[in-house]
Design a protein around this ligand. Structure first.
Ligand code: NAP
Length: 320
């Protein structure tokens, strides 16, 4: 089978297609034929060798994917060959035609979704769910600002928050991205590159501020976020690419909180609850992953460049 193998950390071009042996499941393991794999920004940080935890070389990248079960090891219950699944994790990496998994990595993929949509679920929808409801304690009736809503996590958060009866304000960097956010049900949209957008957001709340901000780029925005919060508001930081200066008095005067979230450090029971909510939202139709662009496996370097470029309008995936 074909798989991306990374022989050394570096630029996107280190993502090379290689011919590797087909996978065989050991006891308690499952092999999935991968039809599509999700590209997450963290995979570019790891590929570049700029992440706290790095895999031993060579490695096959990828946490997310979707496909069909082709083989079960001894002792696996609850799954059968032919089941459609989405993956949130694997033993062997998902940028490949096959992935070796444990049962806990797999979740049912409804027939109504394509494999590319299934590849958009794992990290983005889990992160959005954990950030909104576990770390952020979002409640219906609150106003939520998704600061950077056009990418994988932001669109997942928009759909999850709408399903929870929350009014969503959302930012995007392009006209096309903001039009997508309105189609997905955002109450109002703003350009995070405009000088006066924090003022526009405050005006949209009649000066009260927002109850919660889901922040995708804290190193740029955190200082501007705090004055947009309502009393007892909180910023939940999903993404940050460097340090930032804030005025703590902006928090004190609002009795407000800054909270971080890291999906890979989330307790298993919280993730299980999130997966149950995601599968139920997929079955009910409230959750519909949006794929912006698909690349063949051989164009993994271009897919890594695309996920790090501005102007997002959905998820970047690989077809395997
Ligand atoms: P993505 O699909 O590449 O989307 C990036 C988003 O950031 C887009 O909506 C983009 O909007 C937005 N953005 C760009 N400039 C911005 C600005 N100045 N202010 C606000 N937003 C801005 O990435 P993703 O998968 O959604 O992930 C988003 C971030 O969260 C990444 O940094 C990622 O590493 C991180 N993340 C963290 C966790 C965790 O566990 N903490 C999990 C998943 C992801 P435009 O392109 O429209 O400008």
């Amino acid at each position: 089978m074909k798989a991306i193998r990374v022989p050394q950390f570096g630029e996107p071009e280190v993502l090379q297609v290689a011919e590797v042996p087909d996978l065989t499941p050991g006891p308690g393991q499952i092999v999935v034929q991968i039809h599509a794999a999700g590209i997450n920004p963290v995979e570019t940080y790891i590929r570049a060798g700029k992440y706290a935890k790095l895999p031993p070389l060579p490695y096959t990248p990828g946490t997310d994917g979707a496909g069909i079960i082709t083989a079960l090891g001894a002792g696996v219950n609850g799954w059968k060959v032919g089941d459609r699944v989405y993956l949130a994790g694997s033993i062997s990496g998902t940028y490949a035609e096959q992935a070796l998994c444990e049962p806990a990595h797999l979740h049912p993929l409804p027939e109504t979704l394509t494999f590319e949509q299934g590849a958009a679920l794992g990290v983005p929808y889990l992160t959005a769910h954990v950030a909104l409801f576990h770390r952020g304690q979002l409640r219906s009736g609150e106003i939520l600002l998704i600061h950077g809503a056009t990418g994988g996590v932001g669109l997942a958060a928009l759909q999850l928050a709408k399903a929870a009866d929350v009014r969503v304000l959302a930012t995007g960097g392009t006209d096309a991205g903001r039009a997508l956010l309105l189609r997905e049900g955002a109450y109002a949209v703003f350009d995070h590159h405009a000088d006066d957008y924090p003022q526009q957001i405050l005006e949209a709340t009649d000066g009260h501020g927002v109850g919660m901000i889901l922040e995708m780029l804290a190193n740029v925005n955190l200082g501007k976020d705090l004055p947009m919060l309502a009393q007892h508001g909180r910023v939940v930081i999903v993404g940050s690419r460097g340090p930032v200066e804030i005025n703590p008095r902006d928090l004190m005067s609002r009795n407000a909180d800054i909270r971080g979230v890291m999906v890979f450090a989330t307790p298993a029971p919280v993730l299980t609850e999130a997966h149950m909510a995601i599968v139920s939202g997929l079955q009910g139709g409230a959750l519909r992953p949006i794929v912006a662009q698909s690349f063949p496996l051989s164009e993994a370097p271009q897919a890594h460049a695309a996920v790090m470029s501005s102007g997002a309008a959905g998820k970047i995936v690989l077809t395997c």
